[in-house]
Write a protein that binds this ligand. Structure first.
Ligand SMILES: C[S@@+](CC[C@H](N)C(=O)[O-])C[C@H]1O[C@@H](n2cnc3c(N)ncnc32)[C@H](O)[C@@H]1O
Length: 221
């Protein structure tokens, strides 16, 4: 599948897939979207008494993992990060997208390690941040129930990838979360919100990042 690096409105880059006519992030600002949806309305809403476990559906370019590492270090939070990815991005594009330039250079080596480390193994990238990536389709992943505090649901949109927005996949997310665990996504589609409610989530529509009216935050009751 052909992928192209493009510039978004906040000066950060993203990947465009012509065949799907879909982007990895919002063209209104990749960095702004990731910070707003996953850091501001995700990580920063969690009560940290102890280490928390974050699961990302769609590791992709690693932007969310990088921003979570920065958050863990700067706010002295303890984070155990797991990202699943079925179709890894080529290293050539990761270099071209140059997300290291968005953060302090102390994180450059860790970001490069996120992409070069072997799949499935758990690695300590910083005393505050352990990292593991899994090379699988979410449909084939068998997670432990009640093991995760926060899910970043960052799949391609339901229009182009309806197989990852099914009730079966959303139920897997629900089962994986601990009670009071949180799922955040940039998506605000009515069907998804109804499905999350039917699974036992309390669903909130929050203001979206620049260029999007709404995003979703769901709490497992
Ligand atoms: C919107 S992009 C997310 C990008 C990523 N979070 C980032 O910041 O770059 C969706 C990601 O989900 C991955 N993906 C697509 N189908 C998948 C599946 N069935 N299971 C796991 N990952 C999948 C894609 O390859 C892509 O990297």
């Amino acid at each position: 599948m052909k992928r192209e690096v493009i510039l978004t409105a906040d000066g950060s880059k993203t990947i465009y897939i012509p065949e799907m006519d879909e982007n990895y992030h919002s063209t209104n600002g990749a960095l702004q979207e990731a910070l707003h949806v996953f850091i501001q309305n995700g990580i920063r809403t969690i009560n940290f008494n102890d280490e928390i476990k974050v699961f990302e559906m769609g590791f992709g370019t690693g932007l969310n993992a990088l921003l979570t590492l920065v958050e863990a270090v700067n706010s002295e939070k303890q984070i155990n990060y797991i990202g699943i990815e079925a179709f890894p991005v080529e290293l050539k594009l990761i270099k071209e997208i140059n997300y290291e330039s968005l953060v302090n250079e102390q994180f450059t080596e860790s970001f490069s390690l996120m992409h070069s480390l072997p799949w499935s193994e758990k690695h300590i990238l910083h005393p505050n941040f352990t990292f593991q990536k899994i090379h699988l389709k979410i449909q084939d992943y068998q997670p432990l129930n009640s093991s995760v505090d926060l899910i970043f649901f960052d799949a391609f949109g339901p229009k182009v990838q309806k197989e990852v927005w099914t009730i079966d996949v959303l139920k897997k997310m629900h089962d994986m979360l601990k009670p009071n665990g949180i799922l955040v996504t940039y998506c605000a589609k009515g069907q998804m919100k109804r499905d999350l409610k039917s699974l036992g989530f309390k669903v909130e529509g929050l203001p979206g990042p620049p260029g999007k009216r709404e995003m979703t935050r769901a709490v497992k009751l």
